[in-house]
Design a protein around this ligand. Structure first.
Ligand code: FAD
Length: 321
């Protein structure tokens, strides 16, 4: 049994929570089979993060630390991970299903000529084969899939679904040979949208607003409620298309897929494309003045009322806690 290799994504020297979740799930599965877990970490000036991954169960950490890897380069990153695969010979490679993880997973699978199981929400062993459960048809059904015979199978894990749990061990750090960064383009500038705001893809609580808000100025209500809850601000596509809020906040089929502990939908009808992005939330609260709104079919708690009265009252009550 060759073990599981986890690609650990970092941004500005901070390891992404989605990667720690993937690493923890890899550890749980590997332990059940007595297999090793290794990690691969890429970037510039990231070596000092490597040993710390032992805290999360990585017994070996492959590191490629070179200035050219400071920005994500699909070809170079796939090349570096492929080098780690060649050394670790894993049965599976896990990545968090972040924007970067989703892009890299497909390239890596194509490079290795193996299968890719994207955006999985559960993993288990079937004998010695890894089986994954993943939502299909916009979350209407769950498919159980495996990667066929080609190894390693590449798997991306949906953020916020798997628990990030420490499993301390001592990590051996192995340097990877430098990769050649070539290709038809180079990143000249990275523009970060609305710095400081929580990313809905990784947030534990999300307060989302839709067309029921009537205008961009009323997102202030959503932001106030989000602030008292320590939540991220989400939005329906109708609100984004109207130019009320940036696309980075959009939840749904053509936005981000989220699985927070608590999702509060305000003035959102619950179209199938919106549900595709949030129906795996653990607890869903809907605030809508229409008792027939489809969002109530997936909501655990529903408030039938005018959001312009309900949200300020809710914010006030939570502030008192
Ligand atoms: P509406 O459907 O107009 O709903 C507004 C709701 O607000 C209503 O239920 C109304 O009762 C309620 N309301 C109004 N006033 C108040 C008030 N004062 N108090 C309380 N409630 C009030 N949508 C997404 O969200 N994400 C996606 O990623 C996405 N991708 C798409 C991809 C494709 C290919 C297509 C075709 C569509 C996609 N859509 C997506 C659009 C989707 O079909 C819906 O049009 C959209 O989700 C509707 O947004 P909404 O719920 O904010 O607006």
């Amino acid at each position: 049994m060759a073990g599981i290799l986890v690609f650990v994504e970092q941004r500005d020297g901070q390891i992404r929570k989605a990667s720690l979740e993937a690493l923890s799930e890899a550890k749980r599965l590997a332990q059940a089979k007595g297999m090793p877990v290794s990690a691969v970490l890429l970037g510039s000036g990231v070596s000092q993060l490597a040993a710390g991954l032992g805290e999360w169960g990585a017994e070996k950490v492959f590191v490629a630390d070179q200035p050219e890897l400071a920005q994500y380069s699909p070809q170079a990153y796939a090349q570096a991970v492929a080098q780690a695969v060649a050394q670790a010979q894993p049965q599976a490679v896990f990545l968090g299903a972040t924007a970067l993880g989703r892009d890299l997973s497909g390239r890596l699978a194509a490079k290795l000529k193996v299968g890719c199981l994207p955006d999985v929400t559960a993993l288990k062993w079937d004998g010695d084969t890894l089986q994954a459960v993943r939502p299909v048809y916009s979350g209407k059904a769950l498919a159980t899939v495996d990667g066929g015979h080609a190894v390693p199978v590449v798997v991306t894990t949906r953020p916020n679904v798997f628990a990030a749990q420490k499993s301390p061990t001592t990590a051996e750090v192995v340097s990877l040979p430098a990769v050649a960064v070539s290709g038809g383009y180079r990143v000249k500038e990275v523009v970060t949208s609305q710095g400081g705001e929580l990313d809905v893809a990784e947030a534990d609580i999300i307060v989302s607003g839709g067309r029921g808000l009537r205008g961009p100025e009323n997102f202030a209500l959503i932001r106030e409620l989000a602030k008292v809850l320590g939540a991220a601000v989400g939005a329906s596509r109708a609100a984004v298309d109207a130019g009320w809020i940036d696309h980075a906040h959009q939840v749904g089929q053509t936005g981000k897929v989220v699985s927070p502990t608590l999702y509060i939908a305000c003035g959102i009808s619950g179209a199938i494309q919106h549900l595709a992005g949030m129906s795996s939330s653990k607890v869903i609260v809907a605030i809508n003045k229409d008792p027939e709104a489809p969002i109530f079919k997936v909501a655990d708690y529903g408030v039938v009322g005018d959001l312009f009265q309900v949200i300020p009252a809710l914010t006030e009550e939570i502030r008192k806690l």
